[in-house]
Design a protein around this ligand. Sequence first.
Ligand SMILES: CC(C)(COP(=O)(O)OP(=O)(O)OC[C@H]1O[C@@H](n2cnc3c(N)ncnc32)[C@H](O)[C@@H]1OP(=O)(O)O)[C@@H](O)C(=O)NCCC(=O)NCCS
Length: 147
Amino acid sequence: MVIIRAANTTQEREACFQIRHEVFVVEQKVPVDLERDEHDSGALHFVALADGQSVGTARVVLRDNGASAKIGRVAVRRSNRGFGIGKMLIAAIEETPDLKHVRNFLLDAQAHALQFYADLGYEAYGEEFIDAGIPHRHMTKRNRKVR
Ligand SMILES: CC(C)(COP(=O)(O)OP(=O)(O)OC[C@H]1O[C@@H](n2cnc3c(N)ncnc32)[C@H](O)[C@@H]1OP(=O)(O)O)[C@@H](O)C(=O)NCCC(=O)NCCS
């Protein structure tokens, strides 16, 4: 069974950082000093648990007094990919009560993941750009009805 929840304890946040390290630093060769950044301390971190094991993560940084939110550091452990966990992470973020006032979700998608986000309703805009050596596009889901 997969559960997505806010990572509210130090231990859960450390599990998120460990997954990010495995996926971005080890697998994708992102420099370690870029992977962890100044937004981590104020971000909301989410963890995906499969049968109690942490297997995925994402973070959300609020902007514009909470009207917008940037989703980032979306990562699922390699052996757990392709089972819908990435999709569940994004859906859980969009539905989380703490983010109910967010009208616009933003993210910077790695080029290989554009279709993953497009299938979840995100639209790409602007030119491709390079971040940490990886091609990206900006994407957004705008003007969501707030509850
Ligand atoms: C991108 C990532 C988070 C997706 O997680 P996942 O759990 O494997 O994704 P899901 O199983 O929920 O996939 C949902 C759908 O997207 C598709 N998909 C998943 N990854 C994809 C990719 N990289 N490119 C295109 N489509 C992809 C799946 O085929 C699936 O399609 P379906 O619903 O028609 O079967 C995962 O591949 C990952 O951690 N990659 C390395 C880190 C990374 O690149 N993060 C994104 C940074 S922007």
